[in-house]
Design a protein around this ligand. Structure first.
Ligand code: HGY
Ligand code: MN
Ligand code: MN
Length: 412
């Protein structure tokens, strides 16, 4: 009976800890980079749970997994979903929570042998984190037609292994086409990964959109030389120029004010790396984000021209490679309005907020009306093994997801 359908909180929490075993770290947290053995094990776990609930399982050419629970009519499904790859030292909840809550909604429907008008699907998108392969949200970007399958498959990691080879290596180079899967609506449930809901003790975030993302890899090439004999005005010091650019990115964010973010997250080369040799090659990344596209462009322009001028002044080569560039996205009012209405019907406090993190929902928004629900996580800490969320908040979020999805799937 429809009105008997309810989330089973114990089952949801159990599944979170079960999935967390794959790539689980000694001191807690998860390391499950995309297309690794741990990712394969997690994929198998999720696909098996889908089959146990007699969902059809679809695996496409970029490894996206879509489980579908049939409806009474053969219509495009209402889809929930997220990702199960994590950063190298991540938490139990980022991405995993959205996928497992989607499966819990299906399990709750099955408990009551309930079928809705439309099918209900759960999407598991490849390489959302973008740590091993760039850009992030790669699987959902291909699914939404934003990048060709060929280009995505040819992307390589730092060891030169391609997405195609890694996918084949874990057996998830699926046979299904990567575009054209019809989705009626998309709802992603996720921890906020920021401090606002936790600080305000607010149980629900209604996400209005996602900020723009700009990832750039800088390669600076100078001249190795003796640390003691080379006069300061005769150096081509790639290390000095790199350090100034890194500091400039941070200062730029402070200067541009609220909403501008800048992060130097990875220095993948600092050569030749000897105490008494002037550095001749430095490779590092800069992550710039802003909710306002024009300010994000201003930040890029400012940083890139600063880097070029300083490098030229020091006779250092400066190359840039864009690793990811996505404009800000605003979610459909139809979806955010429904989430608000269902939260009110549950008597839940909520606040509307944008997402600082990137999500698959920003790609699904290219193909259908999409939206997101946030729940608080402790101190907003994420991309960190200390990531934590309270079961009560997680279960409340899943119950809200269930209500929103059932309402969409049964609408005339
Ligand atoms: O980078 C992001 O915001 C996401 O975690 N991929
Ligand atoms: Mn995520
Ligand atoms: Mn993440």
């Amino acid at each position: 009976m429809k009105n008997q359908v309810k989330i089973n909180g114990d089952r949801l929490m159990r599944s979170i800890f079960e999935l967390g075993r794959f790539g689980g770290l000694e001191g807690g947290g998860v390391s499950r980079l995309a297309l690794t053995e741990a990712d394969r094990q997690a994929r198998d776990y999720v696909a098996n749970r889908m089959r146990e609930m007699d969902m059809s399982v679809w695996v496409d050419g970029i490894g996206n997994i879509i489980g579908t629970y049939a409806g009474n009519e053969d219509l495009p499904p209402v889809m929930m979903g997220s990702h199960i790859d994590t950063v190298a030292a991540g938490g139990l909840y980022d991405g995993n929570y959205g996928v497992l809550s989607g499966l819990e909604v299906v399990a709750a429907l099955k408990d009551q042998d309930c079928r809705l008008r439309r099918p209900v699907a759960v999407g598991v998108f490849t390489n959302e984190e973008g740590v091993r392969f760039q850009p992030d949200m790669l699987g959902s970007l291909v699914f939404a037609g934003g990048c060709s399958l060929e280009e995505a498959l040819a992307t390589t990691d730092q060891e030169g292994l391609s997405v195609a080879e890694a996918l084949r290596g874990i057996g998830y180079h699926g046979p299904e086409p990567v575009t054209g899967f019809p989705v009626d609506r998309y709802i992603e449930l996720h921890i906020e990964q920021g401090p606002i809901l936790d600080l305000e003790k607010c149980p629900i975030g209604v996400v209005e959109g996602v900020q723009g993302i700009s990832w750039t890899e800088f390669t600076l090439t100078g001249q190795a030389n003796h640390a003691g004999t080379t006069p300061m005005n005769m150096r081509h010091d790639a290390g000095y120029v790199a350090a100034k650019i890194m500091a400039r990115a941070y200062e730029l964010a402070l200067g541009l004010g609220s909403g501008q973010h800048a992060t130097v997250g990875r220095i993948s080369e600092f050569g030749p790396g000897m105490v008494n040799v002037i550095p001749d090659k430095v490779v590092f990344t800069v992550d710039l984000r802003n909710y306002r596209e024009e300010v994000l462009q201003e930040a890029e322009k400012e940083l890139f021209s600063f880097a070029e001028a300083l490098a030229a002044e020091h006779g250092v080569g400066c190359e840039r490679k864009s690793l990811a560039r996505f404009q800000p996205v605003v979610f459909a009012e139809e979806i955010t309005g429904l989430i608000r209405a269902e939260a009110e019907a549950m008597g839940l406090g909520y606040r509307v907020l944008p997402s600082g993190a990137g999500h698959d929902a920003q790609m699904l928004a290219r193909v259908c009306p999409s939206g997101m629900i946030f729940v608080p996580n402790k101190d907003g800490i994420s991309h960190n093994i200390k990531e934590h969320a309270e079961p009560e908040d997680l279960i409340t979020g899943a119950e809200l997801l269930r209500r929103v999805v059932m309402s969409l799937a049964d609408r005339p």
